[in-house]
Design a protein around this ligand. Structure first.
Ligand SMILES: [Zn+2]
Ligand SMILES: [Zn+2]
Length: 177
């Protein structure tokens, strides 16, 4: 009696004996995903990811808002009182961590695939808006692009502040703590 041939459930023309170690479905090498706990089918991997990445659209909005607002205020204050770039590092690191902690608390620590990207983008955007508002108040009118660039590049305080905050917030959201 010939051995019973088995085929991939997604690709019925491909012979395989490999099974997902979670649900047991037959899968060809193309359909198998190598995970730390063995080969699994794409459906099981997706289900697992969805459990971990539980953030909703609403959570993204909250994270973006928190990051943008705190970053805007920080940038405006930094420009206003002119903190030397070296000191900025000591402010930006805890601030970046603090922003993400606040965002995580407000969203019951739910994370999404995009949380880190959204947090970093919102920090950069918020910081630029904060700098823009501060300059507008200082010169009494909307600053020209040229002035914006000159102020941003004059002592690099805003790029340093925003960059470090964004980096630490990004790592925090990427981390699985
Ligand atoms: Zn499976
Ligand atoms: Zn297949």
């Amino acid at each position: 009696m010939a051995e019973q041939l088995t085929y991939c459930e997604v690709h019925p023309d491909r012979e395989t004996s490999l099974r997902c170690n979670k649900c047991g479905r037959l899968m060809c090498p193309d359909c198998a995903v190598s995970t730390p706990v063995g080969y699994r089918c794409k459906q099981c991997v997706r289900q697992h990811d969805n459990k971990f990445f539980s953030a909703s659209q609403n959570d993204y909005v909250i994270i973006a808002a928190v990051c943008a607002i705190v970053s805007a205020i920080a940038a405006a204050i930094v420009l206003q009182i002119g903190i030397p770039p070296l000191f900025l590092i000591f402010i930006a690191i805890p601030l970046g961590g603090g922003i993400s902690e606040l965002g995580l608390r407000l969203t019951q620590r739910r994370r999404g695939r995009q949380s880190a990207n959204i947090a970093a983008a919102a920090i950069v955007a918020g910081g630029l808006v904060g700098a823009f508002v501060n300059m507008t108040m200082q010169v009494g009118r909307v600053p020209s692009v040229e002035l914006m660039v000159r102020v941003l590049m004059s002592n690099f305080s805003i790029p340093i502040l925003i960059g470090i905050m964004a980096f630490f917030a990004y790592s925090r959201f990427k981390g699985r703590a």
